[in-house]
Design a protein around this ligand. Structure first.
Ligand code: BDR
Ligand code: CA
Length: 306
């Protein structure tokens, strides 16, 4: 079986850390590049966190630094969810910079996509600033992108605003560029992120799975995406779950737009399930997830992280 080549665009982030582990230790995916973007915490912090993770995992994947702020809005981070460093709770070894490319994220993505003999899948699990810049600066990449599988948005309520999800609301202009790009797109948003729970009995099994499981267990003590008692929301793993086990999802193909100007709804994804707007579909939207299947899959995948 040939591995599916992917680029992860990320802002670690505790749930990012776990999603990256799952991808890097999977037999099915070939992570060609990791790009970083300001989101959960500053660009410098998320880049440092990515390098800390790669050193800890013992994986040699190039890293490129991207945008330090959204296209238009000022950055409002999520350190309230992930802690001051973005990855509180575990004592990582100090990384060196040998995996950090001199190229910026957009140029590195361009090069990796254009050099690849097989089309690349982009997996953004953070605000879409880098991806929007890539598509605007280098539209020719579209012919060698297989699909974009992103964590972000919601067909119901929000987690940043009443109706808006963090990754989309942090950089709505970038999200609009991506949703309007004409590329095949999969949206794994809050509708599934809120249900992709790691329950207390699952967390309790993590330390025995090995060093990566122990790391996740430690990070989870500080993670405020849910709680250790009622279940932790594995938002970003939802993108990996789509790539690795799509049968756990209920998916609809529909038209999604991003609200830019609503005084109370800017940054929300308008998922037009009933076709009011009369536009052709531009996304596959994950509307529901089999929770039991996810829990089992998550533990199986964490057990492979050695
Ligand atoms: C998204 O926001 C971030 O805090 C998480 O890492 C995830 O990508 C969930 O809304
Ligand atoms: Ca993230």
């Amino acid at each position: 079986m040939s591995k599916r080549p992917i680029i992860i665009d990320t802002d670690p982030g505790i749930d990012d850390a776990v999603a990256i582990a799952i991808a890097l230790f999977s037999e099915e995916l070939d992570v060609r590049l990791i790009t970083t973007v300001a989101g959960n915490v500053s660009l410098d912090k998320v880049t440092y966190n990515t390098l800390r993770l790669l050193k800890f995992f013992g994986k040699e994947v190039p890293v490129a630094k991207g945008a330090e702020a959204p296209l238009v809005l000022p950055l409002q981070d999520a350190s309230n969810v992930h802690g001051k460093s973005g990855m509180e709770g575990f004592d990582f070894e100090e990384p060196d910079d040998h995996l950090l490319l001199k190229e910026n994220a957009v140029n590195a993505m361009y090069r990796v996509i254009m050099e690849s003999p097989e089309p690349i899948t982009l997996v953004p699990i953070a605000p879409l600033t880098n991806i929007a810049l890539l598509l605007k600066l280098y539209p020719e990449v579209k012919k060698n992108i297989r699909e974009i599988v992103l964590m972000g948005g919601s067909a119901s309520r929000g987690n940043k605003g009443v109706m808006s999800e963090f990754n989309i609301a942090t950089d709505p202009e970038a999200a609009k560029i991506v949703f309007d790009s004409g590329l095949p797109l999969v949206m794994a948003g809050l509708d599934v992120g809120w249900k992709a729970l790691v329950l207390p009995e699952d967390s309790a099994k993590l330390p025995a799975l090995g060093e990566v499981g122990r790391m996740a267990y430690c990070l989870f003590q500080k993670y405020r995406g849910g709680s250790m008692k009622t279940g932790l929301k594995m938002y970003d793993s939802c993108a990996m779950a789509y790539l690795l086990k799509p049968e756990m999802y209920e998916i609809v193909e529909t038209y999604v737009d991003v609200e830019l100007h609503g005084s109370m709804t800017a940054g929300c994804t308008l998922v037009d399930l009933k076709g009011y707007l009369g536009k052709p579909s531009n996304a596959k939207v994950c509307l529901d997830i089999n929770q039991e299947m996810f829990r089992q899959w998550f533990l199986e995948r964490m057990a492979k992280c050695i």
